[in-house]
Design a protein around this ligand. Sequence first.
Ligand code: B16
Ligand code: MG
Length: 213
Amino acid sequence: NIKACIFDLDGVIVDTAVYHYKAWKRLANSLGFDFTEHQNEQLKGVSRVRSLELILGWGGVTKTPAEQEVLATQKNTWYMEMVNQMKPDEILPGAKEFILICRAAGIKTALGSASKNSMTILDKIGITNLFDAVIDGNKVSKAKPDPEVFLQGAKELSVEPEECVVFEDAIAGVEAAKAGHMKVVGIGQPGVLDADLVISGLDKMTLDKLFKL
Ligand code: B16
Ligand code: MG
């Protein structure tokens, strides 16, 4: 009996991954190395701190925790310059529509994101008021694939984990949902995500598919 849908942000509602990639690439270049779009895939759904660790590893660069803090802040400044330009037309096809369909059907909606910038992004694209709860990188201590972010979502919505469906584009996010005993719809290519259902985008989602999970 499904009572709530929990949506990841980056890759599900908006494609901020391209902005993350540009900002991280700029940071790597400033340190004298580069990384590929393929490597960038590994950063999806991963926290800011962990992303930086991975990137420094690729470049064979060692930095102290204090230096890492400075670098992460620099990347975030560049990232936010792009986020601040975001407009409502950047919402991915069908995302807003499906969230509205859920709400009209009495299904609760929450955001479950690793990002510490989720409130700014939701505000820029104008959908802050479409969520009964927003759980993001500011509220949780354990990153996906730990289920904390989604379990916290269920708690704030006052529903059981088994009554939730998570929508995720990242492998770590799909794992997190499963670890939290939730159903999960993967957004992406079939074969990559080990989800209960995989669709190319929320424009392909319906209540019928939701209730058949
Ligand atoms: P921030 P999601 C994640 O968002 C991104 O996929 C990931 O690439 C990023 O590092 C992470 O948020 C943290 O973002 O630096 O803004 O706190 O997919 O969980 O919505
Ligand atoms: Mg994501």
